[in-house]
Design a protein around this ligand. Structure first.
Ligand code: PEP
Ligand code: MN
Length: 337
């Protein structure tokens, strides 16, 4: 249910509405639009009686929300959500690029890539300290040491850091070091992790599960929003299909589908989406043309020696070439890099 306030309703009136929602045993979520504020209500298992809220001062109308995603759906929040991290903006006509190695391997390796991607125009640094690997014998990440390296590289370069959290035990530690907390494809339906990420006051980058539908993905975002964290960036990273010419099948049609259904920014990861260096730039360009709010790209100075995902890593020079193309295309797609 959505309680729509009159244009010009005072903060006190909004606060009183929130109070009465809480008094009825539900959770209020104020949504501040350009013209008016609305208060979305969650926590009710059956439809609410609007009458008790319609009477309150400053209330214009009470409308049912038909989407199951009350908070992340467009119905309750028609304007795009903008998420600012450092100097980067996701959503609302901006296009922000996140780049860096798959995994943090050492301070020197991470700093070298960070400087190169920053010079090319990336606004955030990526790098995994905790790596979800298919094999238990593959490099699992430097863990705590990797987080410290990311913090040091941020200090050196000023680039905000995006890094993955794998479990609730390490969430607090990861949140101390990260500017954006990444929840990976394999964790998209780890509901305890989603709930905990919803209580953190940092943006969450939520990757699409390997076989998740749009509805399942948005429901996972709803878990985070329902706990009080509205700063969610969605990331398409390819899904499992019968095709074997790429590692996954990048589903770019989900970009306009997200835009129709949700107000959250959506970015694309062509590195995991294809698993193959030669296909990263073409799919990155296609993602921009499809209306993505950003990209996440893996870059390594020595892909042959990378401890994870070397075959899909761009060289810094290749990444710089891609950024020039992205800048040229962004204007056509109505985006500012
Ligand atoms: C990653 O971005 O480091 C990663 C592991 O991606 P995904 O969860 O999409 O596989
Ligand atoms: Mn990777």
């Amino acid at each position: 249910m959505l309680i729509v306030m009159r244009q010009g309703a005072s903060e006190e009136e909004v606060a009183r509405v929130e109070e009465s929602v809480r008094a009825a045993g539900f959770t209020p979520h104020p949504v501040r639009g350009a013209l008016r504020t609305a208060v979305a209500v969650t926590g009710n298992e059956t439809p609410l009686n609007p009458a008790s809220f319609e009477r309150l001062a400053g209330v214009q109308s009470v409308v049912p929300v038909t989407q199951p995603t009350t908070l992340v759906g467009r119905e309750s929040h028609p304007d795009d959500t903008l998420i600012e991290v450092g100097g980067a903006v996701f959503g609302g006509g901006h296009l922000a690029v996140i780049a860096g190695p798959c995994a943090v391997e050492s301070f020197e390796q991470t700093l070298e890539v960070a400087r190169a991607v920053q010079a090319a125009g990336a606004k955030l640094l990526r790098g995994g300290a905790y790596k979800p690997r298919t094999s238990p014998y593959s490099f699992q990440g430097l863990e705590r040491e990797g987080l410290k390296i990311l913090s040091k590289v941020r200090q050196e370069t000023g680039l905000p850091v995006v890094t993955e959290v794998l479990d609730t035990d390490s969430l607090e530690l990861v949140a101390e070091h990260a500017d954006v907390i990444q929840i990976g494809a394999r964790s998209m339906q780890n509901f305890p992790l989603l709930k905990r990420a919803g209580r953190v006051r940092k943006p969450v980058l939520l990757k699409r599960g390997l076989s998740a539908t749009l509805e399942e993905w948005l429901m996972s975002a709803e878990y985070i929003a329902a706990e009080g964290n509205p700063s969610i960036i969605l990331c398409e990273r390819g899904v499992r299909t019968f095709s074997t010419h790429t590692r996954y099948t990048l589903d770019l049609a989900i970009v306009p589908a997200v835009k129709e259904t949700s107000h959250l920014p959506v970015i694309v990861d062509p590195s995991h989406g294809t698993g193959s260096r030669t296909k990263v730039a073409p799919m990155a360009r296609a993602a921009v043309a499809a209306g993505a709010d950003g990209l996440m790209v893996e870059v390594h100075a020595d892909p042959g020696g990378a401890l994870s995902d070397g075959p899909q890593a761009l060289l810094p020079s290749e990444f710089a070439g891609l950024m020039a193309e992205v800048r040229a295309l962004a204007g056509l797609a109505g985006r500012k890099v």
